[in-house]
Design a protein around this ligand. Structure first.
Ligand code: HEC
Ligand code: HEC
Length: 201
């Protein structure tokens, strides 16, 4: 989740309002961008949008008044510096989307972009944010299965089987590929989780 107040600040600083309106509901040249997702925002900030280049002229461009020149006049410039604030901007714009506006429906009218378009460029800011969370609880696995036999450092000092402290890397040698160790099997996620737990104790 982004911070809407930071988003509002960046929105004002960067001059988005000049084209999209004070609240993102549309201004002189931009369409309404309320309710845009952080992902979509990141992409637009990274690449900009060249209006009309792909929407029009598909059928017949005989009367091409302006061909593919510089074409920067009505397009959306890129704001790569704002990439780290994509989530904040999205929070700001979604706050606005929730405000009571009688005339306009803040539904997903803006999502006509084909999925192939979005998959081409992943913004770098997006990837580093989420740490890989283990899906299994290593401590729970140890407590319920291993602790009856094994010692584990200072965490579990009672047991007849070897101390597993710091021996996470050995877990897969006992359980890898669905192998049975003393009548127990573990899923891959459990192996990973309990290995992490052993290495931490
Ligand atoms: C110079 C005018 C201008 C400025 C400044 C500007 N935009 Fe845009 N923006 C546009 C235009 C034009 C489009 C393309 C609209 C279209 O595709 O019909 C666009 C498109 C977008 C879209 C994509 C909308 C969609 O549904 O695809 C987003 C999101 C967006 N702008 C956000 C921003 C943000 C955030 C800022 C400030 C950092 C900003 N814009 C600044 C003109 C501008
Ligand atoms: C029924 C008793 C028992 C249970 C339950 C048990 N183990 Fe063991 N484990 C042993 C014994 C005995 C050994 C030593 C003999 C061997 O290596 O096979 C051992 C050896 C190991 C070793 C090798 C240690 C070394 O130093 O070489 C690892 C790793 C291990 N167990 C992990 C686990 C994990 C993880 C669990 C729980 C998911 C578990 N064990 C459950 C009895 C058990």
């Amino acid at each position: 989740m982004g911070d809407a107040s930071i988003g509002a600040e960046k929105y004002a600083e960067a001059g988005c309002a000049a084209c999209h309106g004070d609240d993102g509901s549309g201004g002189t040249s931009g369409e309404s961008i309320r309710g845009v997702s952080a992902h979509e925002l990141a992409e637009v900030l990274l690449r900009g949008e060249d209006e009309g280049e792909e929407h029009e002229g598909a059928v017949g461009d005989d009367d091409g008044e302006e061909s593919d020149g510089g074409g920067q006049e009505m397009g959306m410039p890129a704001f790569p510096d704002l990439l780290p604030y994509a989530a904040d901007l999205a929070a700001f714009l979604s706050d606005q989307a929730g405000s009571p506006a009688a005339g306009s429906q803040p539904t997903d009218t803006g999502s006509q972009t084909p999925p192939a378009d979005t998959g081409t460029q992943t913004p770098p800011a997006d990837t580093g944010t989420q740490p890989p969370a283990p899906t299994a609880d290593g401590q729970a696995v140890f407590d319920s299965i291993c602790s009856s036999c094994h010692v584990l450092g200072a965490y579990d000092t009672v047991g007849f089987a070897p101390d597993l402290s710091g021996k996470g890397s050995l877990v897969s040698t006992k359980f890898g590929g669905g192998a049975n160790h003393m009548g127990n099997t573990l899923t891959d996620a459990e192996i990973q989780a309990v290995a992490g737990f052993l290495n931490a104790n």
